[in-house]
Design a protein around this ligand. Structure first.
Ligand SMILES: [Zn+2]
Length: 312
């Protein structure tokens, strides 16, 4: 597919190897009139690569002749982490999505954040950021940041209303929310499984949001029945090893105490840890679909508390 976008890449710095690091930016200018600038980013975390494919297909399918306003699309926000398939930047081990707005006096990751702010995030009227479960985990929910209508319009069945109002300090979303930019953080797909369905949902979700804000014609597809979680527990392993999942379905209700997976030593095959559904009842939000290596402190499972959830 040949994309008809204006592509530029902005220099960040030069590494000791001599390799230049650049931030990729695609711009699409709508030909149907003036309108807002919508920013789309992926791979703030380099092991969440499905977002990059979602943005590729959005650019391949968007019809600029029918579009108002402008798209600014960053398919890989952290090229070093993308190349290494790591959550954090391998050069300095910082988490790009915790250092915004960054700054030239900081580590490499802070310098990268500063470029993303200057060339993309400071120019937006609306913002959607794609995350995923990483190399081994699969996830399916949206944060409600400061634009519940847009988060709902994306069309995912499960949303999370963070108790503090919005998500993580130092994230791109904290920067745009701080500027009053309606912001949606998507957590979708990931893991060592076929991503086709997640890619399609991501593309559909972006176009639904673009309809909702009047950038493309048509009515957004009606959202499915949606569950809004108010408690979402990240279960981090205490032991590393070889995780054998037992519950592999996402966005399903399971009784409290249900075994989600077991970690074995890959050496002695001793059982090291058992993950059990913590709430009565529990909703699976991030799971491991396939047996995989797991480390202490990883995102093992994310489980929602259905007893305190809102449904519509
Ligand atoms: Zn992420």
């Amino acid at each position: 597919m040949v994309l008809r976008t204006a592509y530029t890449s902005v220099p960040v710095t030069t590494l000791a190897t001599g390799a230049e690091v650049r931030v990729p930016i695609h711009e699409v200018r709508g030909q149907a009139g003036d309108g807002p600038t919508l920013g789309l980013t992926a791979c703030l975390h380099g092991d969440e690569q499905v977002g990059t494919e979602i943005l590729y297909r959005v650019l391949a399918e968007v019809d600029a002749a029918q579009m108002k306003g402008r798209l600014l699309v960053v398919p890989v926000a952290n090229p070093l982490a993308y190349g290494a398939i790591t959550r954090h930047t391998p050069l300095d081990m910082h988490n790009l999505n915790r250092v915004f707005p960054g700054g030239g006096e900081g580590f490499f990751t802070h310098q990268l954040a500063e470029v993303l702010v200057g060339h993309v995030l400071s120019k937006l009227d609306y913002y959607v950021d794609f995350h995923a479960g990483g190399a081994y985990a699969t996830v399916d929910y949206l944060f409600i940041e400061n634009a519940e209508d847009l988060s709902r319009a994306f069309g995912s069945p499960v949303l999370f209303r963070p108790p503090g109002g919005y998500g993580y300090g130092g994230s791109t979303a904290s920067y745009t929310v701080g500027r009053g930019v309606p912001t949606v953080t998507v957590e979708l797909g990931g893991g060592a499984i076929d991503q086709t369905a997640y890619v399609r949902r991501g593309v559909t979700g972006v176009f639904n949001i673009m309809r909702e804000i009047g950038m493309i014609p048509g009515e957004p597809a009606p959202a499915p029945r949606q569950t809004v979680l108010r408690t979402l527990l990240t279960m981090r392993p205490r032991a590393g090893g070889f995780l054998i999942p037992e519950v592999t379905a996402l966005n399903v209700e399971v009784p409290q105490g249900t075994v989600l997976g077991r970690t074995l030593s890959p050496y002695s095959f001793e059982e090291l840890e058992v993950f059990r559904a913590p709430f009565s009842p529990s909703l699976t939000v991030l799971v491991r679909v396939t047996p995989c290596r797991i480390n202490p402190g990883d995102y093992g499972y994310m489980i929602g508390d259905l007893s305190t959830a809102e449904t519509t």
